[in-house]
Design a protein around this ligand. Structure first.
Ligand SMILES: [Zn+2]
Length: 153
């Protein structure tokens, strides 16, 4: 059994809270559906490891953020954005945004709908508060400021 918190949690509170949140999500999902499988490749019998346990990459269940958390900070704790993934699939996907059809083995029927329903405005916000376009570019005014500065030189 793991202790309540790792020693590094104090220094890196945000990283710890995200890890704890992910593990709890996986435990809850396992409880609800009895068995965990990779929603991308269908690999079965994935295992939830505690933070202190030595992870076996062959069977570890991981959380993939469908809309990558590096780009969509506001979706990093939105469970609708969570896809149960095996180690290999998560490692291939990394920070990429995939087509929804890549979720070949959704854990339940609502999964795809939920991901589709994540509002555009929520997933497409730039750090400046403006909405990004389909390609992830901000149409916000800070772009114009940069452009203006370049023009002056
Ligand atoms: Zn997989």
């Amino acid at each position: 059994m793991c202790k309540e918190r790792p020693f590094w949690a104090k220094k890196n509170e945000e990283k710890w809270l995200q890890l704890e949140f992910n593990i709890n999500f996986l435990k809850q999902t396992k409880k609800e559906f009895k068995n965990l499988h990779c929603e991308y490749c269908g690999k079965k019998n994935l295992k939830v490891y505690g933070w202190c346990e030595k992870v076996d990459t062959k069977d570890v269940a991981t959380v993939d953020h469908f809309y990558p958390k590096s780009k969509y900070d506001n979706l990093k704790k939105n469970k609708d954005n969570f896809v149960v993934s095996c180690y290999s699939c998560n490692n291939i996907k990394k920070d990429n945004l995939w087509e929804i059809v890549k979720i070949k083995y959704p854990i339940n029927n609502n999964k795809i709908t939920k991901i589709k329903n994540i509002r555009m405005s929520e997933r497409n916000k730039c750090g400046c508060g403006n909405t990004k376009d389909e390609n992830g570019y901000c149409d916000g005014s800070h772009m114009n400021i940069v452009k203006e500065n370049t023009d002056k030189k």
